[in-house]
Design a protein around this ligand. Structure first.
Ligand SMILES: Nc1nc2c(ncn2[C@@H]2O[C@H](COP(=O)(O)OP(=O)(O)OP(=O)(O)O)[C@@H](O)[C@H]2O)c(=O)[nH]1
Ligand SMILES: [Mg+2]
Length: 216
């Protein structure tokens, strides 16, 4: 019985996610669902990506947090449309919250929409938002065992960014083994080692993103 309830919730979410996808497509908006554990670097990545795109693409951002509008305030300083969703305790965004946000952000002025999910490696993986790509940030301080502990997230990601590689000299993290593990779970996944602090790897990530945008 409990399994049925969960299935019903997920299938209701999937229907709204499909409506979101149609709304995004009809406005020519390409949406990226950005997921990670708290503090892995989602907001930093959005800032570095805005910088890397050099004003050549029309960007919008939806910020999901349990509480506060701190991230939206930081992004707002870049002069791009930004909307904060507070989940009031909820540990992930869902398609319905995203639908409300899409109704309140100027889609006509946006071609690339980042949706920063709530910092959490478990629940966001279950709930589609209607995005075109799921991007996961894993960071060096979290350790290289996370694909074993949170497999669904790694299984569903279209791209995994390994952030904070500037910290590799100080922490134990084997990038080659980590990458091999993820590829073993999800052979189509793209992997980019990056540092939002030094800018290393950001250009490669931005190139991939622009290729996905041009294919959409
Ligand atoms: N050393 C280092 N620190 C980084 C890097 N990227 C982000 N940080 C720092 O990590 C902390 C968290 O970064 P955020 O971008 O706020 O992370 P987040 O995933 O958006 O965090 P939440 O929204 O709270 O889940 C900040 O202090 C950043 O300055 C990096 O590449 N290297
Ligand atoms: Mg953030």
């Amino acid at each position: 019985m409990e399994i049925k309830v969960l299935k019903d919730i997920l299938s209701a979410n999937e229907q709204i996610a499909e409506r979101n996808r149609q709304l995004l497509n009809s406005n020519n908006v390409f949406a990226v669902n950005l997921m990670s554990s708290p503090g892995a670097g989602k907001t930093s990545l959005i800032l570095e990506t805005i910088k890397g795109l050099k004003g050549e693409n029309r960007i919008g951002v939806i910020e999901g947090d349990v509480s506060s509008s701190l991230d939206a305030e930081v992004i707002g300083k870049e002069g791009v449309p930004v909307l904060q969703i507070n989940t009031s305790g909820g540990c992930h965004l869902d398609a319905n919250m995203t639908y409300t946000a899409l109704d309140n952000i100027p889609l006509k002025d946006i071609e690339l929409l980042f949706i920063e999910n709530v910092g959490n490696l478990i629940c966001p993986a279950e709930f589609s938002l209607g995005e075109h790509k799921k991007v996961l940030i894993a960071s060096i301080p979290e350790g290289d065992d996370k694909p074993f502990k949170y497999p669904l997230m790694f299984h569903k990601a279209d791209a995994v960014l390994i952030n904070k590689i500037d910290l590799l000299p100080y922490l134990k993290f084997d990038i080659q083994t980590f990458s091999r593990t993820i590829k073993g779970m999800n052979e189509k996944v793209e992997i980019f080692p990056i540092s939002c602090t030094t800018g290393q790897g950001i250009q490669e990530w931005v190139s991939w993103l622009l290729t996905q945008l041009s294919k959409s």
